[in-house]
Design a protein around this ligand. Sequence first.
Ligand SMILES: [Mg+2]
Length: 250
Amino acid sequence: MPTPTQPLPSPPTNLLRDSVLFLDFDGTLVELAPTPDAVRVDDRLVRLLSLLSQRLDGRIAIVSGRPVAAIREFLPIGLAAVGSHGMEFGAPDGAIEVSARPEALAEIVAAMEDLSTRTPGTMVEDKPLGAVLHYRLAPEAEAACMELARTLADEHGLHLQPGKMMVEVRAPGGDKGSAIERLMREPELRDARPIFMGDDLTDEPGFAAAARLGGAGILVGAERPSSARYRLASVQDTLSWLEAAAAELA
Ligand SMILES: [Mg+2]
C-alpha cells in the first residue's frame, strides 16, 4: 500500500531518455468529462503523441481502463494500447488480444441497469471485460453504487475496481502493473526504464511496477499517498511537460 510521504517533486524534463513511456488516458491526457463519451481530444494532443512516438522509436503505449477499441477511436494514430485495466493488449498494427469475457457480466449489467433506472444521473457502461457504474452526475448515489458493485463482485468472484466517480466490476487476473511488467519483458526493452503517468487509484499498480523495473511513476493531479515518484498538478501541466520532454529528445 502507498504510504504518505513528502510532497512529490515535478519530474525532470530529461526523464524520457532511454525510457519507455506508458500513459493513462482519462484524467491524464484529457480532462475528465461528465460522461465517458464526452471527453475531447484536440490536435495538440494528437501532434504531441505522434512526436513522442517518433522520438522514442515507438517506445510508447496508452494504458487505460477503457477498451482498446475506444482508445483507438479517440487516438487513431497507431500507438500500442493496453485496455480494460491491463486485460487487453492492442498492437500498433491493429491486432487485439483480449481475455475471455466473464459470463456473469450480462447479469451484472442488468443489476446495474436496474439501479441506474431508479437513480437519475447514474449511468452504466458495458465494457468487453467489465461493467461500470458512473455517478459523476449523481455524487449522492456513491454509497448505493459502491454497495451494489461490491455485492456483485463478491457474488461472482470478480474484481472490484473503484475509480473517480465510478466503480467497476471486472475480470480478475491483471492490472496496469502486470500489463507494464509484461510489455517490459520484450527483449528490445530490456535496457529501457518504464515511465508511467496516471491520475487515478487504478494507476497505482502501474506506478509500483514502473519503480520496481527501475523507472518511475508520475502522478497527475492533487497530492495523495502514492507509489509515484513525481507529480504534475493537472492535465494541462502534463501536456506542457510532455512537450518539453519531447523537445529534449530531439
Ligand atoms: Mg485516468
